[in-house]
Design a binder for this molecule. Structure first.
Ligand SMILES: C[S@@+](CC[C@H](N)C(=O)[O-])C[C@H]1O[C@@H](n2cnc3c(N)ncnc32)[C@H](O)[C@@H]1O
Length: 333
């Protein structure tokens, strides 16, 4: 375990180790290691969140993913799983700090509490995301300095950012994560990076309820929902998205939502033969490289995983993207 001294007294940062109780050897590294490359990290926001979301997966970040993340974000106790560059968490935090600074006088007196935990298999991505979160706080404090001078109140933000190196397919809650504490959990664009691996029963005494699943290997990804449910508070919300498999490349609608309450985005346009071909080739290539493991991913398998772990589940398909939110985590006895 490494505990790093916070870069400033208000940015408390710790790193807990990954633990491994998973009996299977899962090839999870390719889906995470690409996010160590400086080229990837510097182009990620524009290429992946800009170009790919709009033109390949037909689910624009600006009109669909950013609102979904913001809507489910609670800065006072948030867990982001699969952090990338920290784009979404940074954006949502910026919005919260800007609105609390300008509208709430009680927040000015007491200071806004920010407690964010970042979890990822890749330490480089964790560092990048942590930097982004602390940068957003620093920028907010710089802006609010003028207000301190004029009104004499203290707008300081109490910030805790915890980074945790962990594999979401591991079956234990990582060291350093407080169970049932998070008011919001996000899992954006993570599941399509995970490999599909048929679940093999680990022996007659196995208590793994997943054992013997008759899926094509996708079901193993539902372990991530179990982890999210264990971390989420009883009244918290999970939100996320994942690029589904090749079946959805021709999908030409925003898809019917399942469950109540998820805002319905506008429908996506019917993909042209050219765009279908481009999307197919890129998805195939990413799956070949191992950076994606979503070739056969289906909405129904993820819905099953969500329902096994949460009482309330909402899903919607936009282009190739599954949007989901879930609440009221089921607790195992
Ligand atoms: C496509 S990025 C998504 C980043 C961010 N959530 C977003 O939407 O922009 C996927 C992230 O998941 C992480 N990741 C991939 N496989 C993982 C695993 N098995 N366990 C934990 N994190 C993983 C990668 O390192 C990367 O940071």
């Amino acid at each position: 375990m490494t505990t790093t001294t916070p870069p400033n007294p208000k940015g408390n940062t710790t790193t807990a180790p990954a633990t491994s109780s998973c009996p299977l050897k899962l090839a999870t590294k390719p889906g995470a290691s690409i996010y160590s490359s400086p080229l990837m990290l510097t182009t990620y926001d524009k290429y992946v969140l800009g170009f790919s979301m709009t033109y390949l997966w037909r689910c624009p970040s600006s009109s669909i993913l950013i609102p979904l993340f913001r809507q489910n974000f609670n800065a006072e106790k948030h867990l982001d799983i699969g952090v990338g560059t920290g784009f979404f968490v940074g954006d949502a935090l910026g919005q919260v700090l800007a609105s609390s600074g300008s509208t709430s006088t009680s927040n000015h007196k007491e200071g806004k509490k920010v407690d964010i935990t970042l979890m990822d298999l890749n330490e480089v991505a964790l560092e990048k995301a942590k930097e982004r979160v602390l940068g957003v706080v620093a920028e907010h404090e710089h802006h609010s300095q003028a207000e301190v001078e004029s009104d004499g109140k203290n707008p300081e933000v109490g910030v805790k950012v915890t980074t945790i190196v962990a594999d979401v397919l591991d079956q234990s809650v990582p060291v350093g994560v407080q169970r049932g504490q998070f008011k919001s959990v996000s899992m954006f664009n993570l599941l399509h990076c995970l490999p599909s691996v048929p679940i093999v029963p680990s022996g007659p005494s196995s208590s793994d309820h997943d054992s013997g699943a008759d899926d094509n290997g996708q079901e193993i990804k539902n372990r991530a929902f179990k982890l999210a449910a264990e971390c989420l508070a009883d009244d918290g919300t999970l939100a996320g998205c994942t690029v589904l498999g090749r079946k959805y490349i021709a999908n030409d609608s925003s898809g019917a939502g399942s469950g109540a309450g998820m805002d319905k985005p506008n429908g996506t346009k019917t993909p042209s033969v050219l765009s279908k071909g481009m999307t197919w080739a890129v998805m195939k290539w990413y799956n070949h490289l191992g950076t994606f493991g979503n070739w056969s991913d289906e909405r129904e398998v993820f819905e099953k995983g969500l329902r096994e772990n949460f009482e309330v589940v909402e899903t919607q398909v936009v282009g190739c993207m599954l949007l989901f939110s879930a609440a009221r985590p089921k607790r195992s006895a």
